[in-house]
Every structure is written in C-alpha cells, then in structure tokens.
Design a protein around this ligand. Sequence first.
Ligand code: NAD
Ligand code: MG
Length: 393
Amino acid sequence: MIGISILGATGSIGLSTLDVIDMHPDRFTVVALTAHRDVEAMAAQCLRYRPQLAVMADPEAARHLADVLGARVPGTEVLGGSEAVAEAARLPAADYVMAAIVGGAGLMPALAAVRAGKRVLLANKEALVMTGHLFMDELSRCDAELLPIDSEHNAILQCLPQTRVSGVAPDGVRRLLLTASGGPLREWPLNNLNEVTPAQACAHPNWSMGRKISVDSATMMNKGLEVIEACWLFGLEASRIRVLVHPQSVVHSMVEYVDGSVLAHLGHPDMRTPIAHALGAPERIASGVAAFDPVAAPPLVFEEPENARFPCLALATQALAEGGSAPAVLNAANEEAVAAFLDGELKFTAIAAVIEHTLSYLDAGEAHSVEAVLELDRQARALARSEIRRRAS
Ligand code: NAD
Ligand code: MG
C-alpha cells in the first residue's frame, strides 16, 4: 500500500485527490490530512479515512476538531499549527505527499516533504515561484521526486521524453507552448474591467477551483506564475515558453521539438487526470474522468494573449527577467491584492497596480536561503497592504 499525505485536503485539489484515491482502495491509503479552519469538512474526512494524523493549521480549529471527533477515531492524532502541517508532510508512513495548500502558506510544508525525500505532487505552484532554484536544489540534494499537478505542467511532462531529469532542459525541445483559457473576462469590454466583482472573477468557464486561483485565472497572473513554474521544472529560460490563449481548455499544453514535431496533451478539463497521472506514474490508473470524444469536442482555437487586458502576465515575465527573488515579491503582492479584491477592498484592475508598485519599491536581490525569501515575502506583503490601504482611502 502506498501511504498518502494530503496537505490542503479540504480544498478543490484535495477533494479531487480523495476522489481518485477512492477508486483505488487496494493501492493507496490516506495517512495524513491537513486543512486550515474548515473543521466540519475535516471531521467528515477523518471519520471516513481514519488517517494517523489530522492537522488544522489554525490551532483553535484543531482543538475544535478534537472535540468534534471525541473518541470516535481513536487511531487519529489531532494536531494544530503550521509546524504540525510540516509534520504531516514528513510523516514516515507517507510515501507520497500531495502539496495542495494555496499560496505561500504551502511553502514550508512542501519543502518539508522534499527534505524528507518524498514523491511530492506539487499543486502549490506558489512554493516553487517563491523559492525557485532553492527548491530545485533541495530536491536533488534530498533525492525527492517532483511531479507537477498543474494541468499544463503535467501535460508537458507527459509530452517530454521519459529520460528527462527534473530541472534540466530536455534534449531536442525547442519551446513549450503553455495554454491558458483566458478566464471569465476574456471578452469583457476593457473599459468595464474596473467594475468586475469577486463573483464574476471567480466564474471560470471551464474549471472549478479555489477562489484565489480563480481570480489569478481572471487576471492571467495564474499563467504568469505558471511560466515561472515551468522555467524551474523544465530548466528552460522564459524566451522558450510561449503562452497561448485557448478558450476550450482541451489542449492542456504542447511541446515543440527541433524537428518540427509538436506533441500536445488533450482531454477534459478535470484535475483528476493530472492527479491520477502523478499518483500512478509510471503506470496509468483510472481517474474517474469520462472518455474524451474528439468528435463531440468544440472546435479548438488558439490566440495571442491580449497585453492590455492581462497586465499581470507581463508583470510576471518582468519579475522573471529581473531574476533574484523578484518572483517571490510578485507572488506576495499578488496574494495580498487578490485577498483584498475578494474582500471588496480593492478594484479588480488595481490588482496589477498594487503588484507593480510593490515590485518597483522593493529591491529583490538573490535570496540565498529560504529564510531570506520568507523575510522578503513579509516585507512585500507589508508594502502591498499599505498601497492597498492608500488606494482605499
Ligand atoms: P482551495 O482554496 O480550494 O483549497 C486550499 C486548501 O489549502 C484548503 O484545504 C485550505 O484549508 C488549505 N489552506 C488554506 N490556507 C491555509 C493556510 N494558511 N495554512 C494551511 N492550509 C491552508 O485551493 P485549490 O484550488 O485547491 O488550490 C490549491 C493549490 O493548487 C493552489 O496553489 C493552486 O494554485 C493549485 N492549483 C489548483 C488547481 C485547481 O483546479 N483548483 C489547478 C492547478 C493548480
Ligand atoms: Mg494550471
């Protein structure tokens, strides 16, 4: 049996992971589950999966969970706090760790899984964006295995030669073609974008996801973060990654080879496919996703991204070109701006402005340790928050 620890078990990716695991009771067993504050969802998961360890990142929520469970799951230890989340990532019984916490909060737990030499299924792209080469260095130092869950990166992985090494440019590859749906605002009148509400920004046409990544898809910061993620995962510079808007989300990405071959990965937009790929690799296992019928599929369209509509995409490319820890600053400012937008404190179009302000005011040199990245992350969040307050007043 393969032991699995799911970080962010109550979220969109966490639930899809449990769906796939449910289909393979003879192959996988859930050994640890973590969540932030959602006690009700976590209690239901504990009763069903009876993990060794259940962690609430919020200590108050952990006490509540322990009360709710009482003596009903005697084999489950309940812990609280962020250090306990990292413990769930290091748990000896966990062979694989699904890193599906949203945002910078997922960094230390994801790194804990890497440092414990696990197979790490990485949904939490922010962790890699923040720490870049530090993350990749830890991966090789600790002999851990990294499998991307982001549908685009998982698709690219599937189109690359089997012999490829994490973080090293594969032979014969000319470019990666990273597809993007364009999100729910692709056809909105440009002049009305400042009126977009959180509900409208989260109404993604093809994917059902958590609220933060849904807003990132609407601004296309998600694709910006994914370009940075792809650079680190596949060892390629940004100039060899082309972003294409593809509203149907049928082609999940492509790899262009020097001989003119282009390999594409197609399927329904359903995260259970990349999750099943990463859980089963090198074997193929069922995911519960319906068979894909090309005849029934809509006509496939590909377009250049519109720069005026998606300034966040250019900001991400700029941060990448600037190098050092600029991507960590970009990520921190984006998280704060998106949270403020979701709370009704910031206009949709001001998300990019807050990020641009933060990037220009903070000098992000090369960070030589994860602690230095975390310090920069704190500074960038403080700066972004003061800019958000200034705009609100
Ligand atoms: P979500 O908001 O649905 O779930 C987030 C999970 O993280 C929840 O279990 C929540 O309890 C936990 N969490 C939140 N804040 C936390 C904190 N401070 N400390 C500890 N745990 C915390 O998000 P999601 O859509 O599942 O996305 C998770 C990650 O996967 C993100 O990094 C996202 O970019 C990535 N991703 C998601 C999708 C998707 O389809 N949802 C696709 C590709 C990549
Ligand atoms: Mg993606």
